[in-house]
Design a protein around this ligand. Structure first.
Ligand code: NAD
Length: 485
C-alpha cells in the first residue's frame, strides 16, 4: 500500500480512475511548503460518474442485511487498525499535525467510528404505536439513497469516517469529497474498502476543490442527503444550494469556543486541560477553546502558570516523535493567523506568549508553515479577535468577576459549538452548563467523546446533530405504516 501516493485519483465504482478533465492539483506538505503528490482536480462530470455508480450500487446495498453490512464495516475498522502507523504517518505529512497526535487521536477515532456504526445497526429498536381500537402503526427507517459527504482538512480521516460509516452502515451510498488540502488518507481508505470487500460503488470519493466538486455535489438532484463539515461561510453556501432541492442537510461549522475557569477549580487540571484545548493540533480543531475566561481572583496565577506551560510545548517537524506543535495546514491559513495577531494588537491586546513565526525548525522544514502557541491578554470581550474564528494556535485570556458576567461573555458570539467549564462546585457546573449556548459543554475535561451522544453546534456553528442515534436517523427516512384494526 502506498502512503504518499504520487497521483491521488478518484475512486468510483470500486476503481481508481483519472478525473474526466485529466487535471491535477499540487498537494503541498505543510511542514516543508513543497508539493509531494498530485490530487485529482475533478469537476461536475466526475460527480455525475459517481452518481451513476451510486445508483447502480444502491439497488443491492440497500437490501443487504444489516449483519452483512456490519461485517464489512468491522473489517474496514480492523484493516485501518492494522495499518494504523501508515495512516498516522500519511496524515501527519498531509496535514502538518504531529505524528503522535495522528497516531493517538485521528486514526484510532476513525477506527472507532467504523466499529461503532457497524455494531450500532445491529441494536436498533423498531417503533410501533397502537391507536386505541382504530389502528396499528409501525415505523420503518429506510436508507435515503445517495449521501454527499463533504469534509475539512483539520481531522481528515476522523471526520470523513464519522460521515461515511453511518451513511453506508444503514444502507446508503456515499459520495465523499475530502478537503483538497488533505486527500491522502481518504485515498488510503478506498484501498482498505476494496480489501475489506465493500461492494463496488458503495463508497465513491471524488477529489477536488469546493467550487468544482463540493458545489457539484450539493447541486446534484440525485444526491438527496448532504452532510457537511467546514467553515460557516461555506456552510451558508451549502445551505443555499440545498434548500431549493429540499435536501436533508447536516451542517457542522465553525466555533469560537469559551473555556471558563472558576477560582474554585483544580487549577493544575484546568491549566493542563486548557493548554490542550487551546493548542492541540495547533489550535486547528473546531472544538478548541480559543477564548479563555478566568475568575479574577485566580487570573494572575492562571496566566503565569498557563503561559509557562504553553511556552514549553515543542514546536517542531511533525514527523519528529517529540514534536507537540506541528505545522499550520497552508500558507493561506498561516497568513490568516498572522493577520489576527496584528489585529489583536491594534485592538489593544498584549502578547503574553508567541506572536511571531519561529526560526526555521530544521533544514527539511525551512519553508514550512509554522506558528507558535500565542496568548493574548487585555482585549475587550467584544472585539473582532474575540468574536471571529482564527483556527490556529492563538487564544485570548480575559478576567471575569462573577457567573452572570462570564455566561454573558461566553454567549457573546455568533458561534455556539462547544465550551468548557472548570469548577469543583457541582451546582455551579450544572447551572453554568445549562445557560451556555453551545451544543457541547465539557465540565472539568475537554474533547472527551462518547460516540452515542448527539454532537453539533448551535447558532452559526451548525444545524443538525451527528453521532449515535442522531446519525442513524439522519441517514434514514422514517415511514409510518398505519393499518386499520
Ligand atoms: P471549508 O469550509 O473551507 O471547506 C470544507 C469543505 O468544503 C472542503 O472539502 C471544501 O473543499 C468544501 N467546499 C468549499 N467550498 C464549497 C462549496 N461552495 N460547496 C461545497 N463544498 C465546498 O473549511 P476548511 O477550511 O476545510 O475547515 C476549517 C473549518 O471547518 C473551520 O471553520 C472549522 O471550525 C470547521 N470545522 C468544523 C467542525 C465541526 O464539527 N463543527 C469540525 C472540523 C472543522
Amino acid at each position: 500500500m502506498r502512503t504518499e501516493a504520487d497521483k491521488i485519483q478518484n475512486f468510483i465504482d470500486g476503481q481508481f480512475i483519472e478525473p474526466v478533465g485529466g487535471k491535477y492539483l499540487d498537494n503541498i506538505e505543510p511542514a516543508t511548503g513543497k508539493s509531494y503528490s498530485q490530487v485529482a482536480d475533478s469537476d461536475s462530470r466526475d460527480v455525475d460518474l459517481a452518481v451513476v455508480a451510486a445508483e447502480k450500487a444502491f439497488v443491492d446495498w440497500s437490501c443487504t442485511p444489516a449483519a452483512e453490512r456490519s461485517k464489512i464495516l468491522l473489517r474496514i475498522a480492523d484493516l485501518i487498525e492494522r495499518d494504523l502507523e501508515k495512516f498516522a504517518r500519511a496524515e501527519s505529512i498531509d496535514t502538518g499535525k504531529p505524528l503522535s497526535l495522528a497516531r493517538t487521536l485521528d486514526i484510532p477515532r476513525a477506527v472507532a467510528n467504523f466499529r461503532f456504526f457497524a455494531t450500532a445497526i445491529l441494536h436498533t429498536e423498531s417503533e410501533a404505536h397502537i391507536t386505541d381500537n382504530v389502528a396499528f402503526n409501525y415505523t420503518t427507517r429506510q436508507p435515503r439513497g445517495i449521501a454527499g459527504l463533504i469534509s475539512p482538512w483539520n481531522l481528515p480521516l476522523y471526520l470523513l469516517s464519522w460521515k461515511i460509516a453511518p451513511a453506508i452502515a444503514v444502507g446508503n451510498i456515499a459520495i465523499a469529497k475530502p478537503s483538497e488540502l488533505t486527500p491522502v488518507t481518504a485515498y488510503m481508505l478506498c484501498e482498505i474498502a476494496q480489501e475489506a470487500g465493500l461492494p463496488n460503488g458503495v463508497l465513491n470519493v471524488v477529489h477536488g476543490t469546493g467550487p468544482n466538486v463540493g458545489a457539484a455535489i450539493t447541486a446534484h438532484p440525485k444526491i438527496n442527503t448532504i452532510s457537511f463539515t467546514g467553515g460557516t461561510v461555506t456552510g451558508r453556501k451549502v445551505a443555499e444550494a440545498c434548500a431549493p432541492l429540499f435536501k436533508k442537510v447536516s451542517l457542522e461549522l465553525g466555533g469560537k469556543n469559551p473555556n471558563i475557569v472558576f477560582a474554585d477549580a483544580d487549577l493544575e487540571a484546568a491549566i493542563a486541560g486548557s493548554v490542550r484545548s487551546s493548542f492541540a493540533n495547533q489550535g486547528q480543531i473546531c472544538l478548541c477553546g480559543s477564548r479563555v475566561f478566568v475568575e479574577r481572583s485566580a487570573y494572575k496565577d492562571f496566566v503565569d502558570r498557563f503561559t509557562e506551560k504553553a511556552s514549553k510545548l515543542k514546536v517542531g517537524d511533525p514527523l519528529d516523535e517529540k514534536t507537540e506543535q506541528g505545522a499550520i495546514v497552508n500558507k493561506t491559513q498561516l497568513d490568516k493567523i498572522k493577520f489576527y495577531v496584528d489585529l489583536a494588537q491594534e485592538e489593544g491586546g498584549k502578547i503574553a506568549l508567541g506572536g511571531k513565526a519561529p526560526k526555521p525548525i530544521n533544514d527539511r522544514c525551512r519553508y514550512g508553515y509554522f506558528f507558535p502557541p500565542t496568548i493574548i491578554t487585555d482585549l475587550p470581550v467584544s472585539c473582532r479577535t474575540n468574536r471571529e474564528e482564527i483556527f490556529g494556535p492563538v487564544i485570548t485570556i480575559t478576567p471575569f468577576d462573577n457567573e452572570e458576567e462570564v455566561i454573558g461573555y461566553a454567549n457573546d458570539t455568533d458561534y455556539g459549538l462547544a465550551s468548557s467549564v472548570w469548577t469543583q462546585n457541582l451546582n455551579r457546573a450544572h447551572r453554568v452548563a445549562e445557560q451556555i449556548h453551545t451544543g457541547t459543554v465539557w465540565v472539568n475535561c475537554w474533547l472527551v467523546r462518547d460516540l452515542r451522544v448527539p454532537f453539533g453546534g448551535m447558532k452559526a456553528s451548525g444545524v443538525g446533530r451527528e453521532g449515535g442515534e442522531e446519525a442513524l436517523r439522519f441517514f434514514t427516512e422514517a415511514k409510518n405504516i398505519c393499518i386499520a384494526k
